[in-house]
Design a protein around this ligand. Structure first.
Ligand code: NAP
Length: 459
């Protein structure tokens, strides 16, 4: 029984992004005899740190050093290239482990739900981000960078990442780990204007101050705000005056700087506010976006945008919908479709009657929604693991076969999994190939390539 310390507590973690690794760390540091099996759909680990963080933000990838240390623990087993639901069932994970922690993130984009959303030339943020970061799911995506004007809907940090990649001189990306196909395409890009559009005001934009300010420092690019847009309403002013929010004060200062600067550079990045997207227009492909002008209602800090009768048409050839991510349900488990998360109490999955489901836990974006920076996941995972450990007396008392049992099941099905040692071979190959081009690594963008390095036949 895990609680009585004789038998090792075997925990499966689904997902190898930050929340998964921080859960593994919390378990391995718990002082108990623990074995962690980390299951990842791709042959490569690290989730959004590898395929979400922008290539020109290498410092944000440093947590990988911590994750690598965790993964080298003798009690940690990585099973990459394994798709839960398809290759292995949740029931089988529960049978082979005392507990399962879902750390599978938010696998898809929120929908706008407006006409024209799927017109050619309109892309969800995840497609562009996955493409420039070499995620195998997106290597075949194409973006018409022969267009001169792009609109990004949404004012969060992902919108800023997309804007930077579009307007940065390509030579400033050459020595990053950006995917080779993206670098080639961006080298031929004719994009001149990027418009980042929010449905609420400058005081409600979700940018972090450093990321926003960085837009003003891009070579050969002007950041532009129409001064009229910075006329804050009374409630905005209350938010702006709030001494607690240093981020907001800095953002407003940055917007004011953008509003007073020149706009004569080769490329321009515009910020627009109070515009709610109502239609992506065009005949065969995107030709523009129709917005309703909005006004804010409600209490400070909780203000919502309501549409007025005024419409604004913005012609453009490309649209990126960067309005946040949404979780994907796992067969047989409860799911809150409105929030895109798994219902839980203190990290314990709960059924529709509100009862905790024994042995099942959640952490990260699938637990709290797609918010927060990488470090936010540490506290979140520590809290979930605390719930798990306090439940130990009530968990299954039988010995479990853990990673070995799971590996045997996969082998019997002819499913080749990738171990952490094999990932290190992929890693070494990527770093070597990158070094020859002056890049930190050249990412493999196809699962087959990755498996070939492991000496595995493709499946
Ligand atoms: P986000 O921060 O939640 O921003 C989403 C934006 O989309 C908001 O401006 C939101 O406006 C808008 N939006 C949502 N629904 C909309 C709709 N129906 N119509 C129009 N606009 C809509 O999401 P994100 O940019 O995807 O970022 C996700 C998380 O990753 C965030 O916590 C972010 O900070 C983090 N991240 C961090 C970094 C970094 O640290 N460098 C980089 C990338 C991402 P409302 O506010 O009005 O809802």
């Amino acid at each position: 029984m895990p609680g009585s310390t004789e038998l090792p507590l075997k925990v499966a973690i689904i997902g190898s992004g930050p929340s998964g690794f921080y859960a593994a760390e919390a378990l391995l540091r718990s002082g108990r005899i623990v074995e962690v099996t980390m299951i990842e759909r791709l042959p490569v680990p690290y989730g959004l740190v590898r395929s979400g963080v922008a290539p020109d933000h290498p410092k944000l990838k440093q947590p990988i050093l911590v994750y690598d240390r965790i993964a080298r623990s003798a009690a940690f087993f990585f099973l990459g290239n394994v798709h839960v639901d398809r290759d292995i069932g949740m029931g089988e994970l529960m049978d082979t482990h005392h507990a399962v922690v879902l750390a599978c993130g938010a696998g898809t984009d929120r929908r706008l739900g407006i006409p024209g959303e799927k017109l050619p030339g309109s892309h969800p943020a995840s497609e562009f981000v996955g493409w420039y970061n070499g995620h195998p799911d997106y290597h075949a995506c194409t973006f018409d960078l022969a267009q001169e004007v792009a609109v990004i809907i949404g004012q969060g940090n992902v919108a800023l990442d997309i804007a930077r990649i579009l307007v940065k001189p390509v030579d400033h990306l050459r020595h990053t780990d950006i995917a080779a196909h993206a670098l080639d395409a961006l080298a031929k890009s004719r994009i001149r204007e990027v418009h980042i559009v929010g449905r609420r005001g400058p005081a409600q934009a979700k940018f972090t101050s450093q990321e926003l300010s960085e837009i003003g420092e891009i070579a050969q690019c002007s950041a532009v705000v129409h001064p009229g847009d910075l006329d804050l309403s009374e409630t905005c002013r209350i938010e702006a005056a709030d001494k607690m929010s240093r981020n907001l004060a800095k953002n407003l200062e940055t917007f004011r700087r953008f509003a007073s600067g020149s706009s004569d550079a080769h490329r321009r990045c515009y910020f627009h506010f109070f515009r709610n997207p109502r239609q992506i227009s065009g005949h065969r492909r995107v030709e523009g976006v129709r917005f309703a002008r909005t006004r804010l209602t409600g209490e400070p800090f909780r203000q919502a945008a309501v549409d007025t009768e005024e419409f604004i048409d913005m012609p453009c050839g490309l649209v990126f919908r960067s309005i946040g991510y949404h979780g994907v349900p796992i067969a047989g488990l409860p799911f809150d479709d409105a929030r895109g998360t798994i219902p839980h109490r203190d990290g314990r999955l709960i059924d529709p009657s509100g009862n905790a489901i024994r042995g099942l836990y959640a952490t990260g974006w699938i637990k709290r929604g797609a918010t927060g920076i990488i470090g936010t996941n540490r506290a979140d995972s520590v809290a979930t693991v605390a719930s798990l450990l306090s439940d130990l007396p009530g968990l299954d008392t039988m010995p479990k076969s853990g990673s070995a049992g799971l590996a045997a099941m996969l082998a019997a099905r002819g499913k080749r999994h990738v171990t952490y040692e094999e990932w290190l071979r992929i890693d070494e190959t990527e770093v070597r190939t990158g070094r020859a081009k002056g890049k930190p690594r050249e990412k493999m963008t196809r699962v087959q390539e990755m498996l070939a390095v492991c000496g595995a036949a493709c499946d």
